[in-house]
Write a protein that binds this ligand. Sequence first.
Ligand SMILES: Nc1ncnc2c1ncn2[C@@H]1O[C@H](COP(=O)(O)OP(=O)(O)OP(=O)(O)O)[C@@H](O)[C@H]1O
Ligand SMILES: [Mg+2]
Length: 225
Amino acid sequence: MERKKTCIPGVDQLIEGGIPDGDLVLLSGTCGAGKTIFGLQFLCMSDEPGIYVSFEEDIEKLKDTAAMLGWDADKLERDKGLSFLKYDPFKIEDVFDIVESNIREIKAKRVVIDSISALGIYEKDPAELRRMILQISSMLRKNSCTSIMISETMPGTLKLSRFGVEEFVSDGVILLHNFSIGGEYRRALSIWKMRSTEHSKKIHPYKITHKGFIVYPEDTVRVVK
Ligand SMILES: Nc1ncnc2c1ncn2[C@@H]1O[C@H](COP(=O)(O)OP(=O)(O)OP(=O)(O)O)[C@@H](O)[C@H]1O
Ligand SMILES: [Mg+2]
C-alpha cells in the first residue's frame, strides 16, 4: 500500500510509514495544541502540491507562522503549487466547489482543512453541518487527496471532535492531548485510529520548537488520574 509521509518527525514510525494514500485523517486537539503548525508542516515539508483551506486565520498570519518555522510560503506557492484559501461566511455554500476546482487546477495531492469546527460559526443547524462534513469528506476522497481535517475540542472533555461526526467520516484520528502532570502541562499525541494500519496504541510526548512539530516515538506519557 502506498503511504504519504506526514513530514512530522516521529509520527510516520507510529503508523507504518505514513497515512494510507488518499485517506482522510482527523487531527483533534484543544486550542493552542499545535494543530495549525502540524497542518502547515504536512504541506510545506512535502514536495507535493497541496491546499491549505483556512476558515479562521488570515493567510498572512499563516504565512507568518510558516516563516517563523523556516518555510517560505510564497516561494512554495510559486515552486510546487502550494495554495492557501481563506473563506468568508457569505461564501460558505460555494466553498467546496471552489476547493474542488482548486484541487483540480493545481493537481493537489494533499489538503488541510483548518478547521472543521469553524463551520459551526457559519452553519447552526446540526443536520446541515453533518451534511456539509460528509460532503467535504466525499469530495476529498473523490479527488484522491490525502487530507487532514482539523477539529478543535474543548479542554476537559472526552469527545474526539466538536460535532461528533468528524471521526466517523475519517479513516484516521490523531489526538493531541494536554495533560497536567506534577504542576506542569505535558503535550502528547496518540493515534486513535488509522485504517489498514498497525499503529501505536501509546501516548507519545511531542514538542513545538522553532523547527516545527516533533514527536518522540520511543517515549510515552503516563497519565496519572
Ligand atoms: N517558536 C515556537 N516555539 C515553541 N512553541 C511555539 C512556537 N510557536 C508556536 N508555539 C506553540 O504553538 C502553539 C500554537 O500552535 P498552533 O497555532 O498550531 O495551535 P492550534 O492548535 O492551531 O491553535 P488554535 O486552536 O488557536 O487554532 C502556541 O500555543 C505555542 O505553544
Ligand atoms: Mg489553529
